[in-house]
Design a protein around this ligand. Structure first.
Ligand code: HEM
Length: 175
């Protein structure tokens, strides 16, 4: 069996190169666009955190909410929950704790790795990317991750890719 990272690297490459993500990485998102993205991230973290986490240091909901409050205070609004986000969170909510772990690997390590690079480019303080103990957070996921998660992680990537597509189409409508 391939190591998990290798078995999911093709989808990682696709996700990383989605136009919305690429623009975020290059610091080209408006506050309104970034706020819309944060609202989708909030739905995902809430759905997961209602089920459970392997370590409290992973908790993201309050950090994302603080980023949202910061941008709203500057007069931006983006309450919308995209259809693709709803589809993913409905799916996540149907999972048991054991079943949601691959999605924790996916969505939380995304913030640890790519996220630390992206933090510098987003139009907010970026509390979503801050962990009190990055080491505890990563270690708690590494301790449970399993190479037989590849299909489920790839499914999670597909959901994330669909969300990036829908985010992009919103940006095009706006401009
Ligand atoms: C601009 C966007 C992104 C960049 C630049 C980026 C970059 C990176 C980098 C540099 C790593 C570490 C690779 C290594 O260990 O050699 C990584 C790992 C990872 N990324 Fe991304 N990433 C991006 C988007 C995403 C997205 C959208 C997701 C999923 C929603 C994601 C999920 C992951 C996961 C799960 C890992 C951990 C793989 C492992 O070590 O097991 N990334 N990313």
């Amino acid at each position: 069996m391939l190591p998990l990272k290798e078995a999911t690297s093709a989808k990682h490459k696709i996700a990383e190169r989605m136009p919305f993500n690429a623009r975020m990485f290059r610091g080209l998102l408006t506050k309104e666009q970034y706020l819309l993205y944060l609202n989708q991230q909030l739905q995902i973290f809430q759905a997961i955190e209602r089920i459970g986490l392997p370590h409290t240091s992973l908790k993201r909901t309050e950090n994302v909410q603080a980023d949202i409050v910061e941008l709203k205070a500057q007069g931006n609004s983006a309450e919308l929950v995209l259809n693709s986000t709803k589809a993913y969170t409905d799916y996540l909510s149907s999972l048991s704790y054991e079943e949601v772990l691959p999605h924790i690997y996916l969505n939380y390590l995304a913030l640890v790795f790519g996220g630390q690079m992206i933090k510098k480019s987003v139009p907010s303080t970026g509390r979503m990317y801050d962990f009190e103990s990055m080491q505890d957070a990563v270690q708690s996921i590494r301790a449970v991750q399993n190479d037989n998660w590849a299909d489920e992680v790839n499914k999670g990537f597909d959901h994330n890719i669909a969300i990036f597509e829908e985010l992009e189409s919103h940006c095009l409508i706006e401009n």
